[in-house]
Design a protein around this ligand. Sequence first.
Ligand code: FA5
Length: 509
Amino acid sequence: MADEDVLEQLSYSEKKVLKALHTLKTSTPENIQKEGGLDQVVEVMNAASWLQAKGLVEIREVIRKNYSLKRKDVAAKKLPERVVLEVVMQDFGGRVSLADLKASGKLKIEDIQIALGWIKRKGWGDLTKEGPDTIVIMTDKGRAALSEKGDDELTIERLATSELSEEDAPEGVLEALKQRKDFLNEKHIVIRTIALTEKGSELAARPFEMREEVAQITPELIQSGKWREVNLRKYDVKAFAPTAIGGRKHPMTLLIDRVREAFLTMGFTEIRGQYVESAFWNMDVLFTAQDHPAREMQDTFYLKNPDKIDLTKDRELVDIVKQVHENGWKTGSLGWRYDWKIEEAERALLRTHSTVNTARYIAENPELPFKVFSIGRIFRSEAMDSTHLPEFTQIEGIVCEEGANFNMLCGLLKEFYRRMGIPEMRIRPAYFPYTEPSLEVEILWKGQWMELGGAGIFRPEVTEPLGVKEPVLAWGLGLERLGMLLWGLDDIRDIYVSDIDWLKKAPQV
Ligand code: FA5
């Protein structure tokens, strides 16, 4: 960016800081505030951060240690080594045995120990052994110290009235005082200085206009026409700004909304069902034999409470379904030719597919035409892997109208996936006990064909007992697998791990 453009895009406060620094070169925010005539120090810091981002200033931070006395009364007391010095000099003429010093009673025993340590360190005195005795002998330096306070003592006097930093006291004094127990408090203070960079110095040296400017257009400015006269601040549209991430719907909720909209706009009506169903509606009505493997415990969650669902109100249909399974009833089918048991049909379970919703719908609304769909949770007792969940969502639907046929079914599924943003799919033959013909929809996913859903035309063994003679096109599609494709996930489980980062960034499809 050219220098003129950089200058033009500076705010009024930034210009003030730049001008102040032109005079001060490097300074603290407080001094810049005074020199530049800014209202507050925060205003200086804000402007300085922007100037730093533009490479015009550098904000430096140093940590300064400030010291104060832990207890004010220590300043009024003599240091223990001075007490000992005075006692030894005045009462014992500069030489005394440790035993006599202790016996003098002028100091506590533990303070004598500490005092002698400091006396040696300061060179005020020496300790020598004479037979069993330890003798304290003061040196010339000690004698001189009697009438002259040391740097540490003078510093303590100053600390009695104000905090001091390391630079305020003679070298090493505060460090030494810190070694005394319960003496000093240490506080860390961040000292900021702001300095012009080379580029900043160049710009600050140029003459630039210092006019108050308008950074925000108000309705008043527009209505009064004043916007023509004021100095409008230029914006740098390329300036960095953090991405604002607000609350948003879960990707699955959005996908459900999208699926719902696709079917509604294709003229379908939404239906709902219930999680707890009888085996009768979930399987028997759908011509699934009572010894079919899908009915085993390892595939289906049977309930303990309630363990049975009373079928009395469906008695008529129960009688017909029994005959359909045993001999085909009036459908022209031979049935599965076994002894159908009501006890098996009464078992309570968590629905294993949402085809149970459409079966119930037909039973209650057998008049043509109908086009309904449902989006709902279903449950299967199966091991989890990258494409299987024990609890997932199915998109179910049926169409029954005059002339409905297999081609229509294929066209409808293609149209649905096209609307979901999946241009290519393949349809291959499949088997379901309740449809004939049956198909499976597959999508090429990372080099492999992945099954997205099953479909077909309901067999007469299903529709005729429910009161429908016309062909019913039916399908059940996996919603999470569709999500995997749309969001580029390798593992279906990722959808429900609640990774906050993914949730924030997932496309709002
Ligand atoms: C059925 O559930 C049939 N009821 C579909 C149907 C309806 C066929 C009407 C004919 C007429 P299937 O078990 O294949 O079919 O499941 C349908 C889709 O659900 C699968 O293609 C897959 O996309 C998805 N699906 C199946 N099992 C799982 C699972 N464990 N986890 C996630 N998605 C699954």
